[in-house]
Structures are given as C-alpha cells and as structure tokens.
Write a protein that binds this ligand. Sequence first.
Ligand code: ACO
Length: 335
Amino acid sequence: MYTSRIAGMGKYVPENIVTNDDLSKVMDTNDAWIQERTGIKERRHIKKGDGNTTAVMGVKAAEIALERAQVSKDDIDLIVFATLSPDYYFPGCGVQVQDLMGIHTCPALDVRNQCSGFIYAISVADQFIKTGMYKNVLVIGSENHSGGLDFTTRGRGVSVIFGDGAGAAVLTRSDTDGHGVLSTHLHSEGKHALELSLKGPSTLHWVPEIIEENPQEDIPYYPYMNGQFVFKNAVVRFSEVIMEGLKTNNLQVEDIDMLIPHQANLRISQFIQKKFQLADDKVYNNIQRYGNTTAASIPIALCEAWEEGKIKEGDTVVLAAFGSGFTWGSAIMKW
Ligand code: ACO
C-alpha cells in the first residue's frame, strides 16, 4: 500500500486588514472584549472590487502549493475543495478552481464540513492515494466569511470571530513507509447541527420566505452560534481525537513536535496546550492575525509554521479540528 505526503503548501489572505477598532466603528464592540474572549487582534476581509472570491483565493494558494511541490497542473489527479462559503449554492468551488487554473478534466469535489473541512479533505485525498487510484491530489481550504456576516451589533457575537483566506496542499504518493500521513480520524454528531449553523438560503429556508417570516429579528441567513456550548464540546472533542490519533500510531503526547489546532478561538487552543502540557513552540497559533478562517485555518497555519521553519523533516505533526455539524477530526503526519 502507498502512503501520501504533503509535497508543497501555499496560502493566501486578502490584503485588507480589519482591526478590532475598525469593527468597533460599525457595531457596539471593543478591542478588549474581542481579544479577551477570542485572542483575535485583526482579520483579513475581501474588499469589494479586489477580485477575490472563495474559489479565486483557493487558486492563489494552490498555485503557490503546486510550485513548491514541483507538481505540474497536468499531473493533478483530483481536486478536493473544503469550504462552508462557496461562491455558488451549486456547483462547488472545486470545478471553479479546475476552470480558473486550466486543469484537465480531472474529478473535483467539495467537502462541506466547516471547521473540520480541511482534515476531512486530507483524509479523502489520503484514501485515494493509499489505494493507488491517484498520485497527486490538490487539497484546498478557502473561505469568504466577510461576505455573509452581520456587521451590526445584532451579529457581533459571531461576526468579530471570522476572517477570509485560503490554504492549499499538494498531497503526493510516497513510497517511503512511516512518512507522510500516518492516519486520519473523523467524527460527527449531527444532533448538535443547529448549535452552529446557517439555515438559509436553502431549499428549506429560501430568501423571500425568510424575509417574510423574520421581518426584523433572528434572521436565519446569518450564522447562529451557541458560543459556550460550542466551546465546551470543542475542548472535549479536540482532546479525544488527538489522543485517538496518537494511540493509533503508538505515540505519546511527548512525541508531538507541532500541533496545529483549527484556529477557532485562542482560548480553545490554550486549553488544549495546557491539558497536554505542550511547550509554546509545539503549538502554532495565528488566529491573532487572521481570525477564524474555518476550513482555511489549518492549511494557512500549517503553511505559515512550515514557512517560518517551525516544522522540520521527521517531525511528528498533529492537525486537529472541531466545528459545525458537529464534526471533528485529526491527522497525524510524519513530516
Ligand atoms: N463585543 C462586545 N460584547 C459582545 C460581543 C462583542 N463582539 N459579542 C457578544 N457580546 C456580549 C453579549 O451580548 C453578552 O452581553 P450580555 O451579558 O449583556 O448579554 C456578553 O458579551 C457575553 O456574551 P457571551 O456570548 O456569553 O460571551 P462568551 O463569554 O460566551 O464569549 C464567545 C463568546 C467568544 C463566542 C465564546 O462563547 C466562545 O469562545 N465560544 C467558542 C466558540 C468558538 O470559538 N467558535 C468559533 C467558531 S466555531 C469553530 O470554529 C469551532
């Protein structure tokens, strides 16, 4: 059986920086509240007219990843695109990437698993490579949150947290045992689906009906998040799924060289770090600068940690995520 490894990574974030003070000019919030509750200092937002969309940002990250991997676009066998904020209701962003990059008629699929989307996407890619069906898979996580958030005081509990951006990885077949993706672990618990959700527009909640039913309050075409419930579940599931991955590979917490948690909230990352007693240089966080970019947060953080020389050949790297669904997962890699 083959294994898969990350041959190259890329990231892209829009130039437009939105600070907490900027948000406090349009809604009743402040820098102290946001930093204390989430760790976020600033995030990037697509600016009208800058040409960015979820698919376009994905392409920008993917082009860097392909160049670093030294893989030609002609050699891409599959595109897996993770997002909760696709440009269109349908089709997905995977086919847009294929078109924008001029990639041949390879398969393209979208993964709709929110904050866990990139882990699910890596797992899908890994299975195709392990079976020998494909050699090179382009995996992308990209989000345009700013286009769909409520930037009035009514939406402040959610809109201050999220940012825009994209990350990409080229997963390639490797013949070296014990390197690359060692295992992936996926879970979901649909009974909590609506605790962190966006109800419409959908076939159940179509826009004209939403407006008619909700003329003023509680508009279900903005995301809803039961913040404290999400927090409580996240810290438990993060811990469980990291331990599951370590156990599967006969590894101990002390073997972790780098943990890249989904950048949900700095307090969640710090909780996990404390629980596992990991040193500061073994956990990578950049939510302070980018906010929570959902499916893009892990590839952006992983790419940045690698660019900064914080991940070296032979390192044990653990990716872990929890999010809407609820869904959660981990990937254990030998770099
Ligand atoms: N600025 C100022 N005040 C605010 C803001 C804001 N942006 N948002 C909410 N408040 C107010 C509320 O209205 C409330 O006021 P009240 O007491 O007068 O009613 C008060 O602050 C407390 O609100 P809570 O929602 O209870 O605040 P909490 O301490 O729970 O913090 C937060 C909210 C940060 C979302 C927290 O619940 C949390 O960290 N949850 C984890 C969820 C998470 O991180 N989600 C990320 C996305 S999901 C994912 O990626 C897994």
